[in-house]
Design a protein around this ligand. Structure first.
Ligand code: GDG
Length: 509
């Protein structure tokens, strides 16, 4: 049920406001009213459990357009019982094309994932990025009060912390960076790198998934902006404030995945998937359709495997779930054509007695269907060419934790640092990947279980709760340090107390 409200009013008591480019829902006005579709992305999977639990606010673009003057759409609570609210921001169509598709998806995204040749550097998209970041700042200032903690998400909004602090000096702003941060020699290619990083240096805390991204960011700040850093303590002495930087890899709500996996309907669905597919082995890949995820490379490894190990032809099925993503960007449209051509080629060559080796789904599944697919699979192949973390790997482990499922993981996914029990395979090398798939399928049961229980331990220990608590600890230690340094300056102390009260309430997810 939908409840729409007038735009959110500033909070006087101090709470948490998350700000991201896209939010949990995409809105589209149709002849029959507003169509609301849940968004599929790692950021949404990570932030939604947090915001629900702490009854915060989420400010983001809902995919709808407004005029130059319109900034805020309406705020929305999806259920009457929801105690968190989503505040929609409106962009103009040129802003969506230049800021989002241009600067974010066709410049920053490929650059941070080491696809330099795909990055397009255009002054007009940078100007649009600045304009939209200012627009977000205006919206955030309208919907938050001075005691609110503002938690910005990802690379779309790097200038926002600076714009906010200019209007509200000493604002409690932090940011979580969801994608890789490249080494300074790559980031410096961005013609606007200095302004970009200086915007980020208005944050109290910046979180990344791995120590190597933290190191890359520290070195980039020093080399590009000339600031002093303390690499051991993760500190940057910026022009406006001391910025703390740390590695806090996102965890998942594994209990929720386990719960869904034990629902009788989901178990039945998983059994149905297996019997429909037939054969002996089901292997799965689940990704947004993105060139960083290594889908063509994975398919080519499967093709190589079927060629080299013909005995598996009628035994093995590879299921690729590819969720449509960024379909307005040319590189994503040509990726789709490439993938569909490879799928067609493999199935044309290796279908035997009506056994189809590759099942390909170009659509999002419901959460229950997704879990049923994980449950049905003997193996998940998570082999991005580069990935900030990768939540799919953790979700597969959560669903298969009591079984002998096998996880194959790319060393280029941030999650590889934590998930050491996975079989590793270089996605650029089809032979290695195919060999690891065979090794996983032929591995003895004891070894499979040993690896899976090591993986499950890591997913459970460093889960969404652990992540959220760790983030709050960083905020709290910052607020304490600022309080000490400024002799309990009024503004800083109030952020400290907002976080303190969240921690005191023992907010667990
Ligand atoms: C970015 C970074 C980082 C996928 N298919 C369906 C579906 N999903 C959900 C998965 C998972 C999420 O989407 C994908 O998360 P990832 O982490 O794999 O990837 P990105 O979207 O690229 O996320 C990434 C993440 O942010 C968090 O910081 O890990 O490195 O690139 O949760 O379950 N969900 C549903 N149907 C599908 O068909 N319902």
């Amino acid at each position: 049920m939908l409840d729409f409200f007038e735009p959110l009013k500033p909070n006087t008591k101090g709470g948490l406001t998350v700000v991201s480019n896209r939010g949990p829902y995409t809105f589209r006005k149709t002849a029959r009213g507003m169509q609301v579709t849940p968004s599929v992305s790692g950021l949404v999977s990570a932030i939604q459990p947090v915001i629900k639990q702490i009854h915060g606010k989420w400010v983001a673009w809902g995919g709808r357009y407004g005029s130059e003057e319109e900034i805020l759409g309406r705020s929305i609570a999806l259920q009457k019982t929801d105690k968190w609210l989503f505040q929609e921001i409106l962009l103009t169509e040129p802003e969506a094309a230049e800021y989002y598709e241009g600067m974010c998806n066709s410049c920053l995204w490929p650059l941070c994932h080491n696809f330099i040749e795909k990055s397009v550097f255009e002054e007009k998209t940078w100007q649009s990025y600045r304009r939209v970041n200012r627009k977000f700042a205006e919206a955030v200032l309208k919907t938050t009060g001075p005691d609110d903690m503002i938690w910005v998400q990802d690379f779309h909004l790097a200038l926002l912390p600076g714009y906010l602090c200019r209007q509200r000096p000493g604002a409690g702003v932090s940011l979580f960076w969801h994608i890789p941060f490249p080494p300074p020699e790559i980031f410096a290619i961005l013609p606007w790198a200095e302004e970009f990083i200086k915007g980020l240096l208005n944050c109290e805390f910046i979180g990344f998934h791995t120590e190597s991204y933290v190191r890359n960011f520290l070195l980039s700040a020093r080399e590009i902006c000339g600031v002093t850093i303390d690499a051991t303590r993760g500190l940057i002495f910026g022009p406006e404030r001391t910025v703390r930087v740390g590695a806090v890899p996102i965890g998942i709500d594994w209990r929720e995945f386990e719960k869904i996996a034990s629902q009788p309907g989901v178990v039945r669905k998983a059994a149905g998937i297996r019997s429909d597919i037939g054969g002996e082995y089901v292997i799965i890949g689940v990704d947004r359709m993105d060139y960083t995820k290594g889908i063509p490379e994975r398919l080519m490894a499967i093709e190589y495997l079927l060629e080299q190990w013909p005995d598996y032809k009628e035994k093995l099925t590879f299921v690729q779930v590819a969720v449509p993503s960024r379909t307005d960007v040319a590189a994503y449209r040509s990726l789709r054509r490439q993938i569909e051509e490879i799928v067609g080629r493999i199935n044309g060559k290796y279908t035997e007695n009506f056994h189809v080796p590759v099942r390909y789904l170009f659509k999002p599944l419901s959460r229950e269907d997704l879990v049923a697919h994980y449950l049905a699979a003997d193996m998940a192949v998570v082999t991005p060419l580069k990935d900030g973390l990768n939540l799919v790997a953790k979700e597969y482990v959560a669903v298969k934790s009591d079984t002998d499922g096998v996880l194959i993981l790319s060393p280029f996914a941030g999650a590889a640092v934590q998930l050491t029990g996975a079989l590793k395979a270089n996605p650029y090398d089809p032979r290695e990947l195919a060999n690891q798939v065979i090794a996983g399928l032929e591995m003895d049961e004891t070894e499979k279980k040993r690896r899976m229980s090591a993986l499950a331990r890591s997913v459970r220990e460093q889960d969404i709760n652990w992540w959220w608590q760790s983030i709050q600890q960083y905020w709290l230690s910052n607020a304490e340090a600022a309080g000490e340094a400024a002799g309990e300056a009024a503004g800083e102390a109030s952020h400290g107390s907002a976080i303190g009260s969240m921690l005191n309430q023992g907010i667990m997810l």
